[in-house]
Design a protein around this ligand. Structure first.
Ligand SMILES: O=C(O)CCC(=O)C(=O)O
Ligand SMILES: [Fe+2]
Length: 292
């Protein structure tokens, strides 16, 4: 279905809790706070940027204009690898933001790349566990911290079809590792074509298949359409760690997965190209634009 959940991952509870507390403190700063004002931008190419509630751009490639107008979330996007290139651009208050978010980013990188997740995915495809290892290690990591507004007066069964937190989209990444402080993510089940709420497993990491994994696996893995509804119960914070190759590195179907019966289904493309696609505001989802 394009995602899996990981438990017993060994990431310290403190690192996770600290990242959520520090993120909440950032979002709680008043909107005319200097730091927020300085980082506010809807230029998607910016390595660090904040967007407050009600703005009209989005980092998701197939949020439609109609959906955008209803979206009720704010977020901060942070390039996070190589850390030393970016951390000085991150907010420096709340005073512990850089430290706590850096720790979190490093934990996500460790579990995603240095340990088993990417390796296991490569192995499951019949590729060497080290496939693209160096490129992935030197690749990009982007953190997106989202805060969804609490929405009073909603029926408890409301879904994002009615009231959007994040419009349906797939991520551009190879994988995205997500954590949230309250449930809300829904995914489209390819088989039944129904939207389903993700199982709420305490402390589980949710790993989403991104477009670039669909490409490199030549359609064995399919990236997952996902979105977020708003809750009447409480506001929600989620932190996604997007793992990709470097900006200009080309991603294409692994040659080992291409033969006469399984021709190449996608053209080679890069993260840089994805950004261009986003800025062009084409309605076509990025992954569709890559299909041969
Ligand atoms: O908030 C979530 O659970 C999902 C966020 C998301 O899909 C994204 O930032 O790309
Ligand atoms: Fe996403």
């Amino acid at each position: 279905m394009g995602f899996f959940q990981v438990i017993n991952h060994g990431i310290s509870k403190t690192a996770i809790e600290d990242a959520f507390v520090s993120s909440a403190k950032f979002f709680d700063l008043p909107n005319d706070d200097e730091e927020k004002k300085k980082l506010t931008s809807n230029d998607i190419a910016k390595p660090v940027r904040f967007e407050g509630i009600g703005s009209s751009s989005s980092d998701n490639n197939n949020d439609s204009k109609d959906n955008d107008s209803k979206v009720s979330k704010e977020f901060i996007k942070l390039y996070a690898h190589p850390l030393q290139d970016w951390i000085h651009l991150w907010p420096d208050h709340p005073s512990d933001f850089r430290e706590k978010i850096r720790n979190y980013a490093m934990e996500m990188r460790k579990i995603g790349i240095k340990f088993k997740i990417v390796e296991a995915i490569m192995e499951s495809l019949g590729l060497s566990p080290n496939y693209l290892r160096d490129k992935i290690e030197q690749g990009m990591q982007i953190l997106v911290i989202n805060k969804y507004a609490q929405c009073y007066g909603l029926p408890s069964s409301s879904t994002f079809i009615n009231t959007l937190g994040a419009a349906p989209h797939s991520d551009h990444s190879i994988i995205t590792i997500l954590l949230d402080n309250t449930p809300g993510l829904e995914i489209l089940d390819h088989h039944s074509k129904a939207w389903k709420a993700l199982p709420a497993v305490k402390c589980a990491l949710t790993v989403l298949v991104g477009d670039h994994l669909e490409v490199l696996s030549n359609d064995i893995y399919e990236s997952v359409l996902h979105g977020v509804g708003l809750s009447h119960r409480n506001s929600r914070i989620s932190i996604g760690s997007f793992q990709s190759l470097a900006m200009g590195d080309m991603v294409e179907p692994a040659l080992e997965l291409v033969d006469q019966d399984n021709p190449k289904r996608y053209r080679a493309n890069s993260f840089e190209e994805y950004l261009k696609h986003l800025s062009s505001k084409q309605p076509k989802p990025y992954i569709e634009s890559l299909k041969i």
